[in-house]
Design a protein around this ligand. Structure first.
Ligand SMILES: [Zn+2]
Length: 427
């Protein structure tokens, strides 16, 4: 699944390189949150329940109407209704449509009951301070509403301190244009609307991370500040915000057109679409006699680890892909997380072991498992093999010829409540 989806995204990114020159300037408008994901919110005695998703949608619809009046623009909405979207859907919508610009509209809330007011615009880039990391964590939390997103964005857990340290500069050729748009938006908020701006900031927000186009995330104000909340829910406030963003887009496009004219003579050849490799690649993080369960600090915040035990050594593998570019970026993620000796290892897909087999190590214990163990509610006792060695009991299940079959059975047992299963290679 993860495989296929990464490949799709990759295709979308590659096709983007062929975007034709004469098309309309396409803008994806993303009204933050929606449906069951209500976003930031506060309740006031005079204003009632002020909810982020109910502000971002009208602002985006007003902005969209302004843009649609202009024949140069094509507008795509990630949502026009109050509905829950996955983050994967938001980024895929933009990439599929070969958009020129991605604008995500949000509202802030402080951690305290009340907070100072202000707008801020985020672009994709390295986080500069801890305050930004707080925003990144709050907005990134949205991802974890959905299993599909969890797997797709599984490369790190934004809540783990190790992974926050590991968030390194993501090289982005769109950074400069995103910064330009961000500064135009904030400038209009200050000059035209007399708002307080907290500036343009760089951060590692998932919603911006996979976009193959200049992208900004605009925090249009704090719902946790009474006066700003009142402004944000007002018709006047929403109109002003939409106009300020619209004017910024107009200035931005003029600047881009001037640049394009300059660069017209030296057009770059589009890159060919990358072909999948014949092998699957996993990143070997370490090989050790110690067994680490999911979420152990030794795994430094990396998720979706496949553990394969061989000759008493546990080998920890991270991510699977058959695309060279994704393999290289997975390797970089592992190194950034602190696995300096990580290497990419090729696996022949569906290769049956000539001798031996794979089995699933369900548990290693000092005492015999009781019949109430979750293992025995998922499996019949007679199907589980128990062996005693070095004063410990080893519980294993099944014999599989291919790694893929073992992984499938492991996933199945995990769904039935058995955690931290290790695949063991017996030769
Ligand atoms: Zn938000």
């Amino acid at each position: 699944m993860i495989h296929f989806k990464k490949y799709l995204i990759f295709l979308a990114l590659s096709l983007f390189a062929f975007a034709n020159a004469q098309k309309k300037f396409t803008i994806v408008l993303d009204a933050g949150h929606g449906g069951t994901d209500i976003g930031a919110n506060r309740t006031y005695s005079d204003l009632g329940h002020v909810v982020e998703k109910n502000i971002t949608l009208p602002v985006v619809l007003k902005l969209g109407r302004l843009l649609e009046k202009n024949k140069d623009f094509k507008v795509i909405y990630t949502r026009k209704l109050d509905e829950t979207l996955t983050l994967t859907f938001r980024t895929q919508t933009s990439n599929k449509n070969k958009a020129d610009l991605f604008i995500s509209v949000h509202c802030n809330a402080g951690r305290q009951a009340t907070s100072p007011p202000g707008t801020e615009t985020f672009v994709m880039g390295p986080a500069q301070n801890n305050v930004n990391l707080e925003v990144a964590k709050a907005e990134n939390d949205v991802i974890y509403l959905n299993e599909e997103d969890k797997e797709f964005f599984g490369s790190y857990d934004p809540k783990s301190p190790e992974s926050l340290i590991a968030l390194k500069i993501q090289q982005s050729k769109y950074l400069e244009s995103s910064l330009l748009l961000g500064s135009l938006v904030e400038e209009n908020f200050v000059k035209k609307d007399k708002r307080i701006s907290r500036g343009v900031k760089q951060d590692n927000l998932h919603v911006l991370r996979l976009n193959a186009m200049p992208s900004v995330l605009i925090e249009t104000g704090f719902v946790s500040n009474h006066d700003e909340a009142e402004y944000l829910i007002s018709e006047k406030g929403q109109n002003e915000i939409a106009e300020s963003i619209y004017n910024a887009i107009i200035s931005y496009k003029k600047a881009m057109d001037r640049n394009a004219d300059k660069n017209d003579e030296k057009k770059e050849e589009p890159k060919p679409v990358e072909q999948p490799l014949s092998n699957d690649f996993r990143i070997l993080l370490m090989s050790t006699p110690a067994k680490y369960n999911d979420g152990d600090p030794a795994l430094k915040g990396l998720n979706y680890i496949l553990t394969i035990k061989e000759n008493g050594q546990y080998k920890y593998y991270f991510a699977t892909t058959n695309m060279a570019s994704i393999r290289d970026s997975n390797l970089k993620t592992a190194k950034d997380a602190g696995f300096k000796n990580a290497v990419a290892i090729g696996f022949v897909p569906n290769q049956a072991l000539a001798d031996g087999y794979y089995t699933l190590e369900l548990a290693v214990t000092k005492d015999k498992l009781s019949s109430k163990s979750p293992i025995f509610s998922a499996l019949k006792e007679k199907d589980v093999k128990r062996e005693k060695s070095g004063g410990k009991f080893y519980y294993t299940f099944g014999q599989f010829k291919t790694l893929e079959d073992a992984v499938k059975s492991k996933k199945d047992l995990e769904e039935r409540g058995i955690k931290n299963i290790v695949i063991q290679k017996i030769l």
